[in-house]
Write a protein that binds this ligand. Structure first.
Ligand code: SF4
Length: 202
């Protein structure tokens, strides 16, 4: 989790990565998040207010759910999203599934219906390394959709803007990178920093 970032959706946001994704796109930047095991196991009832208190303290406008695959943990994330919206925060969700499939599954899956219903801005579809998108912010490839599911971000579907990457250097010298960047440019940056760390999370 990143309490405050400006590289994972509109404005300043709290970003939450979930562990586990069965889609397994070729060229995925987060293959270390494919396995269901890993990450940090949390007790949702206690974790949600703590996350939202941290988000409020950081003055963010919303939360962003990324993976891994959020719709493979839709029920607890729908609870988080509902609690975030109740506190006036927006919700952006990234998914490797197609919106058309999600809406179809939502007819019989309450967890999917609930998370879709609590998402203001959805980035959907699998990452395609052969269709890199260099025009729109946040999404990685041209096949992916950017959909305003509520009025909150209406108009953002058509926005064009440079991709953004954030680099944090800790007091102990650790370097953390998030956001989205051209892979070659990021490799050059990491080489300049003297590391070959994880590629950006998306
Ligand atoms: S790009 Fe997203 S949907 Fe595709 S394998 Fe990676 S985490 Fe899963």
């Amino acid at each position: 989790m990143l309490t405050a970032t400006e590289a994972e959706g509109p404005g300043r946001r709290t970003a939450i990565w979930v562990q586990g994704c069965t889609i397994r796109c070729r060229g995925c930047f987060n293959p270390h998040m494919w396995a269901a095991a890993g990450g940090t196991v949390v007790q949702v009832a206690e974790w949600i207010p703590r996350v939202l208190d941290e988000a409020a303290g950081a003055g963010v406008e919303g939360i962003t759910l990324l993976g891994g695959e959020p719709f493979e943990q839709a029920a607890p994330l729908a609870r988080l999203a509902a609690a975030a919206q109740a506190r006036g925060l927006s919700v952006m969700t990234f998914t490797g599934y197609e919106y058309a499939d999600l809406t179809e599954w939502a007819r019989r899956r309450r967890d999917i219906r609930d998370l879709l219903g609590r998402t203001d801005l959805l980035a959907d579809g699998p990452f395609r390394a052969d269709l890199l998108d260099r025009e729109r912010p946040w999404v990685g490839s041209a096949n992916q959709g950017l959909r305003a599911l509520t009025e909150r971000y209406r108009g953002l579907e058509c926005v064009t803007a440079p991709d953004r990457v954030e680099v944090r250097v800790g007091a102990d010298g650790t370097i953390a990178v998030n956001g989205w960047s051209d892979v070659d440019a990021l490799d050059a940056l990491l080489a300049d920093l003297g590391t070959r760390g994880d590629k950006p999370c998306r």
